[in-house]
Write a protein that binds this ligand. Structure first.
Ligand SMILES: CC(C)(COP(=O)(O)OP(=O)(O)OC[C@H]1O[C@@H](n2cnc3c(N)ncnc32)[C@H](O)[C@@H]1OP(=O)(O)O)[C@@H](O)C(=O)NCCC(=O)NCCS
Length: 165
C-alpha cells in the first residue's frame, strides 16, 4: 500500500502506462544532474520494473506522485540501499522541473516518513545525497534529517542524512 494522500498529492504504484512521464523525468538532465547520467527510455522502463519488484518483494518502493487532480509530479518513496555495507531504508524523491519549488518533494517525502514509521521495518531512515545537491539536502533537513558522518555510502561524493524513526 502506498502512503496516505497529502493535502495536495496522491502517491500510487507505477505501472508500464507511466513510461512516457517517467522517461521524460529520468531523461531530463536537470533532474539527473547528480546522477551518473540521464536515463533513456529502456532504463526508465527498467526503473518501473525495479519499483514493481520492490512493491511485490517488500510492500514498498518508489511511488508515482501526482496532484490530487492527476497531474504528474515525479516519484518518491522507500527503498533498501546499502550504507556501511548493510541495507538501510532510504527515502528518495524526484520532481519534474516545472513543478519544483512548490514544496511537493517535502510534502510527498513527509508522507513516506510517516509510512516508514508505520511499517516499522527499520529504526533509521536515510537519504543518500550528493554533497553539492543543495535542494535535496534542504528537503532532507525539512524532514528532520541530519548529515550523519558515521554512515557512509560507497560513493565518496555522497553524504548520508539520517533520521531515527
Ligand atoms: C530535490 C528535489 C526533489 C526537490 O523538489 P522540490 O519539490 O522542488 O522540493 P521542495 O519545494 O519541497 O523544497 C526544495 C528546497 O530546496 C531549496 N532549494 C531549491 N534550489 C536551491 C538551491 N539552488 N540552493 C539552495 N536551496 C535550494 C528550496 O528553496 C526549498 O527549501 P526551502 O523550503 O527552505 O526554501 C528536486 O529539486 C529534484 O527533483 N531534483 C533532482 C532529483 C534529485 O536530486 N533528487 C534527490 C536525489 S538525493
Amino acid at each position: 500500500m502506498p502512503p496516505r494522500n497529502t493535502p495536495r498529492l496522491h502517491l500510487r504504484e507505477m505501472t508500464d502506462d507511466d513510461l512516457d512521464e517517467m522517461a521524460a523525468l529520468l531523461g531530463d538532465p536537470r533532474v539527473m544532474e547528480y546522477y551518473p547520467h540521464s536515463k533513456d527510455r529502456t532504463e526508465a522502463a527498467e526503473w518501473i520494473r525495479w519499483s514493481r519488484r520492490n512493491y511485490a518483494e517488500h510492500g514498498f518502493g518508489l511511488w508515482l506522485v501526482e496532484t490530487r487532480t492527476g497531474e504528474f509530479i515525479g516519484d518518491c518513496g522507500l527503498t533498501w540501499q546499502t550504507v556501511n555495507g548493510i541495507p538501510h531504508l532510504e527515502v528518495g524523491f524526484q520532481v519534474k522541473p516545472s513543478a519544483q519549488g512548490n514544496g511537493f518533494a517535502t510534502e510527498a517525502a513527509l508522507a513516506c516518513v510517516d509510512h516508514a514509521r508505520e511499517l516499522a521495518v527499520s529504526p533509521v531512515l536515510v537519504a543518500i545525497i550528493h554533497r553539492d545537491n543543495r535542494p535535496s539536502q534542504r528537503v532532507a533537513e525539512k524532514l528532520g534529517m541530519h548529515r550523519n558522518p558515521e554512515l557512509r555510502h560507497k560513493s565518496p561524493v555522497h553524504d548520508v542524512f539520517s533520521l531515527d524513526l
